[in-house]
Design a protein around this ligand. Structure first.
Ligand code: BYC
Ligand code: FE
Ligand code: FE
Length: 476
């Protein structure tokens, strides 16, 4: 293991200088990345931002904090430390040493998984590019930019794998990752949720709660991969991902807290007139982001995922903690299915049901968020509660793509859906209202009226032990 080399053009802990060809290839991709960042990255001009930069992959001191101009952020290639004795934990190669190279027979599938993962990272930066202009505080602005630079680094992580292990095709795919764009009509991003807009901060908090959380689970399965460089990359990415979860979880906390406060003080649900976001609107945003994020797990049954597992390319969440044979060739699982047009269950091979297995772990995790937010409502003495909609609600991928279902889980006729969807999903009016609240508050220690400050503010509550009212961002 080498410690990251910051003297290099591309900081890395993979001894890049020992492989001149690879180094040159990545150094020629670097200017394209930077020009993509300039054209498609954050639009708000800043001098510098109080950012965390990875400096070591080990232990507690892995990151360093300081004010840096964003365009000079040290994006680099960092893999978790190699375990020389690591063995494959599942599938038909179980027990064999982990692969340091890509086996020819799995090249196409591995490349596809890496490209899909890689595509989401810059997509989210594109989706969030205009949010800086309406930041509710300098603290939140800094968190947005932290997420953005790290998603940029996650793109680097996948591009490194493509350049180092997939030859000319990999280099072409790496170039294409900068060519597709979120929401583009001709060359959109690959997965649905990454072509949606993130036009306001409520969407941003919901996105980092629900969609980054899909990232956590997908990375968790790729961390189990027999392809060791992919495993090690994902392991380190997960460390950074924890901050994105924190931004989403506490972001929604703070929206709910502010709303609850205004509701309790005025004894009314109608908080819009008082500059807070009504609970009904928060619920609609939650419904939307949760349902499009459920789609990211693919179909309830999938032969793709069965093949990935058997080949050792993609494992399960917490693979090593599972008490079974890690082959699953003779197991079965119940998955959600349409039975005579109604919501039902079907028994399928455990292998083809692996997307369902992962989605269930994700759903259980999301329930934790709702519990937190409901505790906030409860503490404010309010009877209202938030809830996750039924998994069949608003789905565009999988068993329920063809039908419409209410959040309570009732199958609907097309006309009923059309009539009611505005009570379940954000309408243009809701979005316009939320957007009307999005006025920038960029003075130190100040915060927008629709959002509570983080716990511990103003003297604490900040990043890296700093107070909330720290000068996190110097605007240009
Ligand atoms: N949109 O066999 P199925 C993150 C396609 S987020 C459009 O069920 P499979 C992040 C599918 O490709 C984590 N198309 O799918 C978060 C397939 O196409 P083909 C991203 C979709 O392969 C926030 C067909 O439908 N990482 O990191 O079992 C900020 C049949 O589907 C969608 C990964 O996803 C969709 N939503 O599972 C920043 C990990 N879903 O084969 C970053 C890598 C499915 O018929 N990807 N399709 O042409 C995978 O593991 C899998 O490819 C998927 C899909 C889980 C995405
Ligand atoms: Fe990421
Ligand atoms: Fe993330």
């Amino acid at each position: 293991m080498t410690t990251p080399d910051y003297a290099e053009k591309i900081p890395n802990n993979v001894s890049l200088h020992e492989d001149r060809r690879l180094q040159r290839a990545l150094e020629s991709w670097q200017p394209d990345f930077l020009s993509w960042w300039r054209d498609m990255g954050p639009t708000l001009p800043t001098q510098d931002v109080y950012l965390r930069t990875a400096i070591d992959v080990r232990g507690e001191g892995w990151a360093q904090f300081g004010h840096v101009p964003m365009s000079e952020y040290r994006w680099g290639i960092f893999l978790a430390e190699r375990d020389p004795g690591r063995r494959i934990a599942f599938g038909q190669h179980k027990g064999e040493p982990a692969w340091q190279k890509v086996p020819g027979e799995y090249r196409a599938e591995l490349q596809r998984l890496i490209v899909i993962q890689g595509d989401t990272e810059p997509a989210s930066v594109e989706q969030q590019r205009n949010l800086g202009a309406t930041a509710p505080s300098l603290y939140d602005l800094r968190n947005l930019f932290q997420v953005n630079v790290e998603e940029g680094r996650h793109l680097w992580a996948m591009v490194y794998l493509l350049h180092a292990y997939f030859g000319r095709e990999g280099r072409e795919e790496a170039a294409d990752l900068l060519r597709r764009n979120s929401g583009s009509a001709d060359s959109p991003r690959i997965l649905g949720a990454f072509n949606e807009e993130t036009p306001d901060w409520l969407s941003f908090f919901m996105f980092t709660y629900f969609t980054d959380r899909d990232g956590k689970y997908q990375l968790g399965t790729l961390k189990e991969s027999a392809f060791d460089p992919l495993s090690r990359t994902c392991e380190f990415m997960l460390k950074e991902e924890a901050h994105h979860m924190m931004v989403g979880t506490t972001g929604v906390d703070r929206v709910v807290e502010r709303t609850a406060q205004v509701m309790a003080e005025n004894d009314t649900d109608d908080v819009a007139a008082r500059g807070a976001i009504p609970l009904s609107v928060i619920q609609k945003y939650l419904n939307f982001h949760y349902s499009v994020s459920l789609d990211l797990f693919g179909g309830e049954t999938s032969t793709n995922v069965a093949n990935y597992y058997t080949a050792g390319l993609k494992g399960r969440w917490m693979e090593e903690r599972r008490k079974d044979d890690h082959l699953l060739t003779s197991d079965s699982i119940m998955v959600d299915a349409l039975v005579d047009g109604q919501l039902g269950q079907a028994e399928v091979l455990a292998l083809t049901g692996l997307n369902t297995d992962l989605r269930r772990a994700y759903i259980a995790d999301c329930e934790g968020g709702v519990k937190r937010w409901n505790r906030i409502l409860e503490s404010a003495g309010l009877p209202q509660r938030l809830a996750l909609p039924h998994p069949a609600f608003n789905r565009r991928v999988g068993a329920f793509a063809a039908i419409e279902v209410s959040p309570a889980g009732q199958v609907l006729q097309a006309a009923e859906w059309e009539q009611n969807k505005g009570t379940w999903l954000p309408t243009d009016t809701d979005k316009a209202f939320v957007r009307s609240l999005m006025r920038p508050v960029l003075e130190r220690g100040k915060i927008a009226a629709w959002l509570a400050p983080p716990r511990g503010a103003p003297k604490g509550g900040g990043i890296n032990g700093q107070p909330f009212d720290y000068d996190y961002v110097h605007l240009a």
